[in-house]
Ligand binder design. Structure first.
Ligand code: 2AM
Ligand code: CA
Length: 270
């Protein structure tokens, strides 16, 4: 069965519509590098345009549902059981630099639990979607996390802390890298957390960790990983949607990656 429910179909359509707008704007970005105003404002407008399209499309199809959106923030709905969690452009820095690795991410929380997720890789035209009980899919292909059990064979994705994060956060990341690089097959840092999680679901990455993400970066991706048979945890045992400190992997690898990161913690943190 590879058919999303009606609400899943609505979310996929909204992601595609926003993706069309982003693709148009992405085509313009490279010409803007030389313009006086620079591309940053343009990207911010692209971001807002995409969010408007998603908001209009979803409110029309599901009036009353609430929202948590990267740009608009919280929009209370009359229906308190359903809330969309939206990142109109994940991988903003890639987009800004003309790199074709960015996504639209739309999650749906139902009765306080993540229920459905869509991550759309616009440049590669890949729609990853998942729904509780229906599995995770890339178009017609059912997704399953990778089966590798040995950390030595694992390709692990991460995200680096950015400008403005505390000195401690940067130091801790350096220590976590120092702990991980000698023991795994390779580290990747592609710059879109939503796609990193989709890639874990698709078995392209064996694991992913990053700290300090926002709910809209990870909501849809969490559903994808879980429905593909993987596990998602908070790195230090808290609530992942609150802290954004995320670790995702298959069941055998998850504790091994966690141990390795704990080892890094032993020699310093914030
Ligand atoms: P964004 O592209 O929507 O900003 C990469 O490490 C992940 O961190 C991305 O999912 C990115 O989402 C998120 N992120 C949030 N704030 C960021 C920032 N100021 N700079 C870079 N990445 C950021
Ligand atoms: Ca994001």
């Amino acid at each position: 069965m590879s058919k999303p429910s009606p609400v899943g179909t609505v979310m996929i359509k909204a992601a595609r519509d926003a993706g069309r707008s982003l693709a148009r704007d992405f085509g313009e970005v490279e010409h803007l590098q030389v313009s006086r105003k620079g591309p940053a404002d343009f990207v911010s407008n692209a971001d807002h345009r995409a969010e408007d399209i998603i908001y209009e499309s979803l409110t029309k199809a599901r009036p009353g549902y609430g929202f948590l959106m990267e740009e608009r923030g919280v929009v209370e709905g009359t229906d308190k059981s359903n809330r969309f969690i939206v990142d109109p452009l994940d991988g903003t820095l890639n987009f800004l630099h003309g790199q074709p690795h960015y996504a639209v991410s739309i999650g749906l929380e139902r009765e306080g639990k993540l229920f459905c997720g869509v991550v759309y890789d616009v440049a590669k035209n890949e729609i990853f979607w998942a729904e509780t009980g229906r599995g995770a899919w890339l178009d017609q292909r059912k997704l399953m996390v990778a089966g590798r059990k040995r950390i030595e064979e694992a390709v692990i994705a991460t995200g680096t802390p950015w400008v403005g994060k505390s000195e401690g956060a940067h130091r801790r990341f350096a220590q976590e890298m120092a702990s991980m690089t000698p023991v795994c097959a390779g580290i990747r840092r592609y710059g879109s957390a939503a796609l990193d999680l989709a890639y874990v679901a698709a078995g392209r990455f064996d694991g992913f960790w990053e700290r300090g993400l926002k709910p809209w970066d990870i909501a849809a991706g969490i559903v994808l990983v879980r429905e593909a048979g993987g596990h998602v945890e908070e790195l230090d045992g808290g609530d992942v949607q609150t802290t954004g400190n995320i670790l995702a992997a298959n069941e055998p690898l998850l504790p091994k990656i966690k141990d390795q990161l704990r080892h890094a913690k032993a020699f310093g943190e914030d």
